[in-house]
Design a protein around this ligand. Structure first.
Ligand code: DX5
Ligand code: ZN
Length: 219
């Protein structure tokens, strides 16, 4: 099995003490800190902006995996880069010029990722796969934590794994939404190597984070 990385989504953390929560998941073995940025326009929810990413940056040296669910996205990319994001993932559907946006992220010295909504086919990556370091498959419709995994995305993960392997490049294949003890091994078997998990990481409070992360890793 490939080396699976766990990316707790702080969307399910206690927002009244986010710094502490980030330190707690870092200590509990998180590989990436997954930050969900929502604009109330591209997705029907509002969360956090670059100021919060900047404030949290000092609380962990782990990879900051910033998932932008916003449109337009280009005017904000630089601010998230300056705030300390390591990976900046944008939605293929957020438009209008995904190729340009990925170049912009790369030009700022950050790792570009592209995310696909559940209704978006795998082939959308064909013309940009050489420009990304990560592909994020949304296995729920973006906007909220705690939703049910959409089964059809397993086929998309398999198709994307084949495309990634064909490039010979080191591109992460991340899955986000409804990941838990039951779905984690199935998405890994389909070819995913980064698992985002909000509710499954944070359930039970800080004392449970380490065992929750182990469980997601299949240990
Ligand atoms: C949804 C977000 C996810 C979300 C996952 O739009 O992108 O990262 O927090 O939450 P769970 O793991 O609870 O499905
Ligand atoms: Zn996310």
């Amino acid at each position: 099995m490939q080396n699976v990385r766990i990316a707790p989504s702080i969307l399910s953390a206690d927002f009244a003490c986010l710094g502490e929560e980030v330190r707690a998941i870092d200590a509990a073995g998180a590989d990436f800190i997954h930050v969900d940025v929502m604009d109330g326009h591209f997705v029907p929810n509002l969360t956090i902006g670059p100021m919060v990413v900047k404030a949290l940056r000092g609380h962990s040296d782990k990879v900051f995996d910033v998932h932008l669910m916003i449109s337009p996205v280009d005017p904000y990319v630089e601010e998230f880069a300056e705030a300390g994001a390591d990976i900046i993932t944008v939605h293929a559907e957020a438009g209008p010029h995904i190729h340009r946006t990925l170049q912009l992220i790369r030009s700022l010295g950050k790792r570009p990722g592209v995310s696909l909504n559940p209704g978006t086919p795998a082939d959308v990556v064909d013309m940009i796969i050489d420009d990304v370091d990560l592909i994020l498959v949304m296995s729920v419709n973006p906007g909220f934590g705690g939703q049910k995994f959409i089964e059809s995305q397993l086929r998309k993960i398999e198709a994307l794994r084949a495309k990634i392997d064909a490039t010979g490049r080191d591109i992460r294949l991340e899955v986000d939404g409804g990941i838990n003890a039951e779905t984690a091994p199935r998405v890994v078997a389909a070819g995913a190597d980064v698992l985002v998990a909000g509710s499954a990481t944070f359930k039970g409070g800080p004392d449970a984070y380490a065992s929750n992360i182990k469980m997601l890793r299949g240990e």
